[in-house]
Write a protein that binds this ligand. Structure first.
Ligand SMILES: Cc1ncc(COP(=O)(O)O)c(C=O)c1O
Length: 401
């Protein structure tokens, strides 16, 4: 395996990560391990709330709260005014969808690998408003066929184009910037789910050409659970898009019969915030930028690629990741095991992993003809030695299957 350990001071980064002493954490696509400064930011704020009162604590930390917007904006190359905090990526996504005035007959153009909850939301819009959901075909080698998708854009003039950068169910990295070029050329509204890519790759919303982008903070960004954000472009803000259930933070009630949405992406936020979590997210975004997204993007997928190659060489294992570009999610099927006992066998070896099921990815798992798979997702703070441990554990289990 090509070592990328020299790109980063992995020992120092692990010293900053309390969890690495207890587990081999290969479930960063579920939730990354918190770094010490992230944990400290949250615990400090909870203490302050306990000591002086919740409203008083948020007022006292207003400047640090503002840093959430500054740090997150710097992470994806936009202005702080384009960022809205959300309680999850799904909440960010559904708030964004609620701002689009769908009508019967409108088309949502998406991919076969978009995230399960996004697909369900599209179907729900279809059920309620009579929207048509069109899925662009995949290339034989995996990943969306951008040329065919562009053709569908021209044919249907979709009300919305939506793509998930890295789906939850495989290591595929979709060419979101290529899709974005067509959206910009045809002036189509474009929503990107970057839940698994933020914190794993440098993300540039200008380069992607998206109007809206959603993410969580808890995965490769290593922020706390219960957090996410929505990027809203100036184009979308200027065009007057606003969430269906806009609240007293997103709008001013200017006269009894009228409200006025605020100018910024705060239009998509609620008045109530989990301040300790927001401060944890600010610390996580800062931490990721200090570690360096370029170095992370070189090390993390490379660590996963080494793991993937070695698993592929084991008997009874079928690696399932296909596509021109693969990220840090490694998925495989194993002969002779049921899902829960297999994961439990890894748990017993202190290896954190995740299961994916057919109902998470109807198209992808249908194509692969599998009902479930195991997902391993290392991050930059994992080591080559941990990869060895995981490969040895899977090899041992594949023999005993
Ligand atoms: C690609 C992708 N999008 C969206 C989500 C949903 O994120 P959240 O659980 O924060 O709503 C996930 C979670 O696994 C995901 O992998």
């Amino acid at each position: 395996m090509l070592s990328t350990e020299s790109l980063l001071d992995v020992a120092a980064l692990r010293a900053d990560t309390p969890g690495v002493g207890d587990v081999v954490h290969f479930n960063n696509a579920g939730c990354g391990l918190l770094a010490t400064p992230v944990l400290a930011a949250m615990v400090d704020h909870l203490r302050l709330e306990a000591n002086i009162g919740g409203y008083e604590a948020s007022a006292a930390r207003a400047e640090q709260v503002r840093e959430f917007y500054i740090e997150t904006a710097a992470l994806i190359n936009c202005a702080p005014e384009n960022i809205a905090f959300a309680g999850s990526a799904t909440h960010a996504f559904s708030t964004a969808l609620s701002a689009i005035p769908f009508e019967a007959g409108d088309v949502i153009l998406t991919t076969r690998n978009d995230f399960i909850s996004n697909q369900i939301a599209f179907l729900s819009l279809s059920k309620r408003f009579g929207v048509h959901v069109v899925h662009a075909p995949d290339l034989p080698e995996g990943g969306v066929d951008v040329a065919a998708m562009a053709e569908l854009m021209r044919r249907h003039r979709p009300r919305l184009v939506a793509a998930t950068h890295i789906p939850t169910n495989s290591g595929l990295v979709q060419p979101v910037a290529e899709i974005g070029r067509h959206c910009r050329e045809l002036d189509l509204l474009y929503l990107v789910d970057a839940c698994q890519s933020v914190g794993q790759y440098p993300i540039d919303v200008a380069e992607i050409g998206c109007d809206l982008l959603t993410a969580t903070c808890r995965k490769f960004l290593r922020g706390p659970r219960g957090s996410g954000f929505l990027y809203v472009s100036d184009r979308v803000l200027r065009a007057g898009y606003e969430p269906l259930f806009i609240d007293m933070y997103g709008a001013r009630w200017v006269e009894p019969g009228r409200y006025q949405p605020v100018e910024t992406a705060a239009r998509f936020e609620d008045w109530e915030f989990p301040y300790a979590i927001v401060l944890g997210c600010a610390a996580a975004a800062r931490y990721a930028r200090e570690v360096g997204l370029d170095a992370i993007a070189r090390r993390t997928p490379a660590l996963a690629a080494g793991l993937r190659d070695r698993l592929a060489g084991l008997p009874g294992i079928r690696v399932l990741d296909h596509g021109r570009q693969l990220g840090a999610l490694v998925t495989f099927a194993i002969d002779g095991w049921q899902p829960e006992p297999f994961k439990a066998a890894l748990d017993a070896r202190h290896i954190n992993s995740a299961l994916s099921f057919r109902h998470f990815a109807q198209f992808d798992f249908g194509d692969k003809d599998i009902d479930w798979c195991l997902r391993l997702s290392p991050h930059y703070y994992n080591t080559e030695h941990e990869v060895d441990q995981v490969v040895a554990a899977v090899a041992d289990l594949s023999v005993t299957a």
